[in-house]
Design a protein around this ligand. Structure first.
Ligand SMILES: [Zn+2]
Length: 462
């Protein structure tokens, strides 16, 4: 009976998760996620003009990636046998690009497609991208729900898909020598695939063994906005377009890999008879999953009816534009629409941007246009959201802004209900700026809330 946890990241902050599970009896040591801490990124850099230098010391010294020399330097003794990645957001997977090549990284199959597509098509803007492109990808091993991963001598890990704002998001059920540990990753119960989360909880309820420890995301313990569902997001978005857009362009912005939300905008475009044009990072994401059998209907990039085109500020594109080059090689140059082309048929188009990175002045939208902000959550470097700058430009053009969104994270009441149902012996809140709130919040339940401190070691059955 001898498994313990060490928290290297995700403590008192949203993201940058890195939790080491060390099971002495099973002789297995695995990291749960190994992400970049994007709050540090914001503190020290301004995307895209200022980025980390090509130096691992810079990443670790400011805490952008976990400061654990054994994870990067192949000459040092290994600290872990493997890394398990819960989902492809940078704050969970981002630092795996930097690690030594002899540590395998286990990641969901669709998650890897999205991550690989994004990292392979970027210019070498920072060390993580450079290292990813130059190192072997052989260390990434993919899994799907239903598979059991084995580590050491008898540590079984069951990845179980959960609902979140990117496909291929997983919780992990770890059968350690000290009992069951549940690592939730990032999850919610109000999205398109909320039944995934429910089937995880039901499965754990049915087990004979109790949950010894639950390591849970707590992003929204201090408030997660209006509790609406993805279906309601769609209804409100249609209502906003129908009532407010008067002959102009519909501009919307969402997270690059939020395939469910991208599909929603595509369905709305089809229902309203509009053509959807997307920013290049979204086209890369769609390209990465276009033949994924598990995702259902996903919009395709192309020029036929109901396929999506790709916006570029001007054509022909500059050869240094790597994403444009990748898309051109895959689909041909006919898929591109430039500023003049978009403006000339603004009334019949919906432009979907990725993290509002396309300056409004490039779009030069006509009067009667609207802007729908359909995103939140800091988990990608690109989302250096400067809402004030966006609003300033929208005011120049006289374009109203509509914020219509529901987050990818669990609501407090949902976490409460899950703890009530599973009755874990210990509850470790991570991925939150307010972990101490869980102590009074869960006080009526029989669960001990343990607030982890960075590099603190916690026995699971101690
Ligand atoms: Zn996260």
């Amino acid at each position: 009976m001898s498994a313990r946890l060490t928290f290297y990241g995700g403590v008192n902050t949203i993201g940058g998760n890195a939790v080491l599970l060390d099971d002495l009896d099973c002789k297995a040591r695995i990291f749960l996620d190994f992400g970049l801490c994007l709050s540090k990124f914001k503190e020290f850099y301004s995307f895209p003009t200022d980025a980390p230098r090509y130096s691992i010391e810079e990443y670790t010294s400011i805490g952008l990636s976990p400061n654990i020399p054994e994870m990067y330097d192949r000459t040092k003794e290994k600290l872990c046998d493997a890394i398990l990645v819960s989902h492809p957001h940078t704050d969970h997977i981002g630092a795996t690009a930097l690690i030594r090549e002899d540590i395998p990284v286990f990641v969901g199959e669709t998650a890897f497609r999205l991550y690989d597509g994004s990292m392979s098509s970027k210019a070498k803007q920072n060390l993580a991208v450079k290292e990813y492109q130059e190192k072997s990808k052989g260390r990434y091993r993919t899994f799907r729900t239903g598979q059991v991963l084995n580590f050491g001598e008898g540590l079984d890990v069951l990845p179980h898909h959960v609902d979140h704002s990117v496909p291929s998001s997983y919780a992990f059920v770890l059968k350690t020598s000290s009992g069951i540990v549940l690592y939730t990753g990032d999850f919610r119960r109000h999205g398109v695939v909320s039944d995934y989360t429910e089937s995880l909880i039901r499965g754990l309820e049915r087990l004979d063994e109790p949950v010894q420890a639950m390591i849970c995301e707590g992003t929204h313990i201090d408030g997660g906005g209006v509790p609406i569902t993805e279906a309601e997001v769609k209804d409100y978005t249609i209502r906003a377009i129908e009532s407010a857009c008067r002959g102009g362009l519909v501009i919307a912005s969402t997270a690059t890999n939020d395939i469910d939300r991208i599909r929603m905008f595509w369905e709305i475009s089809n229902e309203l008879g509009k053509e959807m044009v997307v920013a290049p990072p979204i086209a890369i994401a769609l390209m990465s999953v276009e033949d994924d059998p598990k995702l259902g209907r996903v919009p395709k990039v192309g020029t036929r009816s109901q396929e999506v085109r790709v916006f570029l500020r001007e054509l022909p594109y500059h050869p240094s534009n790597k994403r444009a080059r990748v898309l051109d090689q895959r689909y041909g140059s006919e898929i591109f629409v430039d500023s003049a082309g978009l403006r000339s048929r603004a009334e019949s188009c919906l432009f979907l941007d990725s993290w509002e990175v396309t300056p409004i002045r490039y779009l030069d939208p006509p009067p009667g246009s609207i802007y729908i902000l359909s995103q939140t959550e800091p988990f990608e470097e690109e989302m250096e959201l400067d809402e004030r700058r966006l609003k300033n430009w929208l005011s120049v053009y006289g374009i109203p802004l509509y914020r219509i969104h529901t987050p990818g994270h669990a609501r407090p009441e949902d976490i409460y209900e899950i703890v009530e149902r599973l009755r874990p012996k210990k509850f470790f809140p991570i991925h939150t700026e307010q972990p101490q709130m869980f102590v009074p919040f869960l006080k009526k339940l029989e669960t001990e809330v343990v607030i982890p401190i960075e590099r603190g070691k916690y026995e699971i059955d101690g």
